[in-house]
Design a protein around this ligand. Structure first.
Ligand code: MN
Ligand code: MN
Length: 322
């Protein structure tokens, strides 16, 4: 273990990356960190909320496996991420495979006991954002009006019900708005694409004031709308929710509701780097489905998305005075 960094890491020349128990990024288990973590990675192995193909319950394990080859230093930001942040693997939250709502309540309860200032949850299907954002909102002191949010996805996930059920992976952002946890007027959804089920699928989101950048918008107009949104947020506590299906299934085939023609891996990493300045209080990466992930590249991308999310907080702390 080297001691000049916030996160102690095994020496890859003595303990190779292909050996040992696969904690996320080879970081210490949270019990072994020796201090409160700046960020804890918490798996939520739950896919009881899917509308199409199940299997994302195995996402946290596959992302941990692929994260063994995650290195430390960001060339683009010029920082050593685990050097600047105390990072730990907080294991998996308890789940009840037959009940979405009881699982979400249980994850929120479990999150209260995790010894970390901020949580990055690994799904699991997108229903778990309800628990992830609620936990972040609680940690931020339950700000009135709710958290700001940057949401990457092919889908809005703001339906009211599916097959008569309110709790599933197509509805969580509506539930979060109803609960006062998410501020729709400071939310942007990036990478949305069709075809949709019906013409009115986006009406609720638009009525609530959620901003949309469809993949087509972004391709035509670039990053300006996203950059000005981030500037507008200033220091407001913000949550980042990343549904891997915003990435073209050519690059990320391991997902349950694939949507053709989205971001490349490189585009999405660039987009994440462009969010510098955001005050992140929590995040999630969801919808990784290992059984469809033939070469493991979806889970590998998810691990790198986690790195880029954490790098945003590391850059912010590195730049802070004192
Ligand atoms: Mn989603
Ligand atoms: Mn989606």
């Amino acid at each position: 273990m080297s001691t000049d960094r916030k996160t102690p890491l095994p020496d890859a020349r003595r303990n190779p990356r292909f050996g040992g128990i696969a904690t996320f990024g080879r970081w210490p288990r949270i019990e072994d960190l020796g201090s409160r973590a700046d960020w804890g990675v918490l798996g939520v192995p739950f896919d009881g909320g899917v509308t199409y193909r199940p299997g994302a319950r195995f996402g946290p394990r596959s992302i941990r496996e692929q994260s063994q080859y995650l290195k430390n230093y960001s060339i683009e930001h010029g920082i050593d991420v685990p050097g600047l942040l105390a990072l730990a693997d907080a294991g998996d939250a308890p789940v009840l495979p037959y009940s979405v709502k009881q699982t979400l309540d249980g994850v929120i309860e479990h999150a209260r006991s995790v010894d970390a200032d901020r949580l990055l949850m690994l799904g699991g299907d997108h229903s778990i954002v309800y628990a992830g954002m609620t936990a972040a909102w609680e940690r931020a002191g339950k700000p009135a009006g709710g958290l700001a949010c940057v949401h990457f996805d092919s889908h809005m996930d703001t339906l009211d019900t599916v097959w008569g059920e309110k709790w599933n992976h197509a509805t969580p952002f509506r539930r979060l708005i109803e609960a006062g946890v998410l501020d729709p007027k400071r939310t942007i959804s990036v990478g949305i694409k069709g075809p949709l089920n019906t013409a009115d699928d986006l009406d609720y989101a638009r009525e609530q004031g959620i901003r949309l950048i469809t993949y087509t918008d972004w391709k035509r107009s670039g990053d300006d709308a996203l950059r000005s949104f981030i500037a507008e947020l200033g220091d407001a506590p913000a949550y980042l929710s990343f549904d891997i299906d915003c990435v073209d299934p050519v690059f990320a085939p391991g997902t349950g509701t694939p949507s053709v023609g989205g971001f490349s891996s490189a585009e999405v990493l660039d987009l994440l780097r462009s969010l510098v300045g955001i005050n992140l209080v929590g995040a999630d990466i969801v919808e990784v489905l290992p059984d469809r992930d033939v070469a493991g590249n979806t889970a590998l991308l998810a691990a790198h998305v986690a790195f880029e999310i954490l790098a945003l907080d590391a850059v912010r702390r590195d730049a802070a005075p004192g």
